[in-house]
Structure formats: C-alpha cells, structure tokens
Write a protein that binds this ligand. Structure first.
Ligand code: NDP
Ligand code: 8X3
Length: 252
C-alpha cells in the first residue's frame, strides 16, 4: 500500500483538488464529507487511475460520528501519513452585532471543533508510529478581520493558533504541521457563504483572476513532499491582485 492521505471536505473545491493531486502523486486516499454520492463518484474516478480509495461519510461537527468513522479504519488504512483538515465554511457577511448565532455555531463547530476532533482522532496514531503530517487549511481571513468577516475570521485565527500549538506539542517528534492560508479561491465557498445566491457569489470574483483549488493542492503537496527535516510551517497564498484580506485590485 502507498502512503495514505485523509482529506476532510473532499466533495468540492480545495479538498477535491487535494484528492486529485495526492492521487496523481501516488497516495492512497481516505476521502470524507457529508455528500456521499460525490465522494463515491470521485472514488470511482480515482480508482480507475489505480489509487486505492476509502470513503467515510460523516459530519465533522458530530464528534461521535467522526470517532466511529475513523475507528472503522483497520489494517493499513489506519496508518495515515497525511491529515488534511480542510472541511470548513463561512456563513453570511453581516455585521457582528446583527449576525445569526446559528451561523456562528456552524462555523465554530465545523472550522474549529471539527478540525480539533479530527486532529485528536488521527494524530495519536501518528505519534505512536513516529511519522505524520497535519496540513490545516486556514485563511488570510485569520490574519486580520475584514468587514462582515468577524466570526469566520475568528475561526481561521483559531486555526492558526491551533496549528502553532500543535507544532509546539509535536516538536519533540518527527511529525510536521503546516497551516496554509489561502486568499480568494473560486470554489463553492461563496455560494455556501451566501446560502445558494449564485449571483452574489460570482461577484466575489469579479474583475480578478482568483486562485483555484488546484493552486492550493499544489502548495499542500509541496509541503508534504519537502525533505523530512523541512517543516513548511505556514504559507499565505494570494491571487496576484490580492494584497491581503481587504486590498483586492479589480479590473473594471
Ligand atoms: P467548498 O465549499 O467548495 O468546500 C468545502 C468542503 O467542506 C466541502 O467538501 C464540504 O463537504 C466540507 N464541509 C463543510 N462542512 C462540513 C461538515 N460539517 N462536515 C464535513 N464536511 C464539511 O469550499 P472550499 O474548498 O473553498 O473550502 C475548503 C476550506 O478552505 C475551508 O476550510 C475554507 O474555509 C478554506 N478557505 C477557502 C477559501 C476560498 O476562498 N474558497 C480561502 C481560504 C480558506 P460536504 O458539504 O459534502 O460535507
Ligand atoms: C476565505 C477567503 O477572504 O473570503 O477564507 O475570507 S476570504
């Protein structure tokens, strides 16, 4: 069996692109998400190319479901080499004092607690085996808040702190921790943020060539394939005409 990467949120966007990249580069894959048909379709496609694929359908917000899913992995499938904590979302762009507390819960439970749940389930085995790599998908949104970003930005600032903390806790091991912080990436992210309003979602990418999921997957693979003594700790990846979370130069 080849090296194994477990990717959360592999049904779309950055997670799906990571699945394709790591498959092309010889990894076997554990693909997770809630939309089982999409995962099965991707599994069929990647298996045609010779990759071994296991699908685990669960919601990362449900720690018990996650525990059962990861616990169902037996034999070689439990030797996970790379954990890509990618599942996540933003909901809304309201002012903080007008925001929807249910949306806050969803973002915090997915982006922060879901990522912690997966880390807690997968990393102890890596420590026992003495090797492994955790790649967290943070965001430029975690560097500084932007208008209406409030709680989403807070979750991505938490991903930075959680990645930094884990890196400290693993510094006496061979394990590595990478926090990748993308800027604008054209995926289903904005459609989800604006709850299905495609026109509003498309406007986010008006007048700028955004990143693609593949651009981020390439960075994740670069970090994963660095020599063992090299830990790519954090990477900020932006479209050329984006300077930070708020400065975006758009062509009219
Ligand atoms: P997509 O909406 O295209 O993909 C999000 C993925 O997360 C889907 O596969 C979805 O799977 C999964 N997901 C969401 N909620 C849950 C849940 N509760 N349980 C399990 N899986 C879940 O967006 P992106 O690919 O853009 O987003 C991926 C990550 O990248 C997120 O963490 C996001 O915050 C981050 N990011 C995105 C940027 C962008 O501009 N697009 C920029 C910076 C960071 P399913 O719905 O099938 O469960
Ligand atoms: C996603 C990038 O700038 O839309 O994290 O928040 S942004």
């Amino acid at each position: 069996m080849s090296k194994i990467a477990l990717i959360t949120g592999a049904t779309s966007g950055i997670g799906e692109a990571c699945a394709r990249k790591f498959s092309e580069c010889g990894y076997d894959l554990i693909l997770t998400g809630r939309r089982s048909e999409r995962l099965e379709r991707l599994k069929d496609e990647l298996e045609t190319g010779g990759t071994k694929v296991k699908v685990l359908v669960f919601d990362v917000r449900d720690a018990e479901e996650a525990r059962k899913a990861v616990g169902s992995l037996t034999g070689e499938w439990s030797d996970i080499d790379i954990l890509i904590n990618n599942a996540g979302l933003a909901l809304g762009l309201e002012k903080e004092y007008e925001g929807n507390p249910e949306d806050w819960d969803t973002m915090i439970d997915t982006n922060v607690k879901g990522l912690l749940t997966m880390t807690r389930l997968v990393v102890p085995e890596m420590v026992k085996r003495g090797s492994g790599h955790i790649i967290n998908i943070g965001s430029v949104a975690g560097d500084a808040a932007y208008a209406g970003g409030n709680v989403y930005c807070a979750t991505k600032a938490a991903v930075k702190a959680i990645s930094d903390g884990l890196r400290i806790d693993l510094a006496d091991t061979e394990l590595r921790v990478t926090n990748i912080k993308p800027g604008l990436v054209e995926t289903e992210f904005s459609k989800v943020r604006f709850k299905g309003d495609s026109q509003r979602a498309e406007k986010v990418y008006d007048g700028i060539k955004p990143l693609t999921g593949t651009d981020i997957a390439d960075v994740a693979f670069f970090a994963a394939s660095a020599p063992k003594h090299v830990q790519i700790a954090e990477v900020l990846v932006l479209a050329t005409h984006q300077a930070n979370g708020t400065v975006i130069v758009r062509k009219q």
